[in-house]
Design a protein around this ligand. Structure first.
Ligand code: GDP
Ligand code: MG
Length: 298
């Protein structure tokens, strides 16, 4: 029997904030599922992306950055991330070529020392460094922990990504397809829409506002005969001053957030979107276990 066996497995992407985890996930599954932002620590929830072919199924977990815990929200993230790492088939440790001294890598090295799962080192953003620099960077990582080898990529431009996929598949065990082949993500469209709104807030506002913001979708109504989706979402902030920033002068900021989010949603849903946004103050929600659960942070 020369037929190759179908391979499958869960793969965690770990790495310091901003190294390109969400960009890689999106490039691997070719659909916008994780939010990408130039600001660090934007991925709070565990997001799943799935790549299926006739030969394999890779189920990707966009694990939030494992970094020093500050506050209840971060502690919960670290716990979720570590628990995930021990149950997956493979860990992709993503680092960035331009910044090998990134102090945030230290906590990842420490975390990887506590798990037994195989690790593949992925060196990202190679478009930003000359090739000869890479030859110095690679050994500096390889000497720090035990890994199954390395791959160099540019997640943003897609170079090296096919090679990365081949290496992942080679390290996966034989196994079944856990999800139907057409599934690219098991998170709902509803959740992705909330993430799109949060992404716009991250891009359009500054300082403490993005980190104090959570978004929930309270209503998601499809009206197929009009090819329309009616979405109501709540933007939760911690203080009235933050609410004022998000609403902006005469509502200008909220309109921009809404317009940009609506365009992305229309692309995602292939329908016209009618979007209603409400800004609500929930005092100290980041320290409130009840609110953290309601907003989807477990
Ligand atoms: P995460 O915090 O690890 O999820 O990082 P993101 O995926 O949100 O990316 C952080 C920033 O790095 C964004 O501005 C990306 O566009 C950028 N980025 C990601 N991958 C690459 C790459 O291969 N090359 C370059 N030049 N920029 C990248
Ligand atoms: Mg991210």
């Amino acid at each position: 029997m020369s037929q190759r066996e179908f391979k499958s497995g869960f793969v965690s992407i770990v790495g310091a904030p901003n190294v390109g985890k969400s960009t890689l996930l999106n490039s691997l599954v070719a659909q916008k599922v994780a939010i990408v932002s130039p600001k660090p620590q934007t991925t709070r929830n565990r997001i799943l992306g799935i790549k299926t072919t006739p030969d394999y199924q890779i189920i990707l977990l966009d694990t939030p950055g494992i970094h020093e815990a500050r506050g209840d929200l971060n502690l919960a993230m670290v716990r979720t991330a570590l628990a995930t790492l021990d149950t997956v088939e493979l860990i992709l440790f993503l680092v960035e070529a331009p910044n090998p001294e990134n102090p945030n890598n230290e906590s990842v090295f420490a975390a990887l020392g506590t798990v037994r799962t195989d690790v593949l080192l992925v060196i990202n953003k190679i478009d930003l460094v000359p090739p000869e620099r890479l030859e110095e960077i690679i050994p500096s990582y390889e000497s720090r922990f035990h890994c199954k080898g390395f791959v160099t990529i540019s997640a943003l431009y897609g170079s090296g990504v096919d090679d990365l996929v081949a290496r992942i598949v080679a390290l996966l065990p034989a196994g079944p397809a856990y999800y139907p082949p057409e599934t690219m993500t098991d998170i709902s469209e509803r959740f992705i829409c909330a993430e799109i709104i949060r992404e716009k807030i991250l891009h359009l506002t500054s300082e403490e506002v993005p980190y104090a913001t959570a978004v929930t979708v309270s209503s998601f109504k499809e009206i197929p005969e009009r090819n329309l989706v009616h979405i109501q979402a709540d933007i939760h902030v911690e203080r009235p001053s933050q609410k004022a920033i998000i609403i902006g002068k005469g509502g200008a900021m909220l309109r921009r957030i809404g317009q940009q989010a609506r365009l992305d949603m229309e692309n995602l849903l292939n329908a016209r979107v009618f979007l209603e946004l409400w800004v609500r103050v929930r005092k100290k929600w980041r320290k409130d276990p009840q609110a953290l659960r309601e907003f989807g942070y477990q």
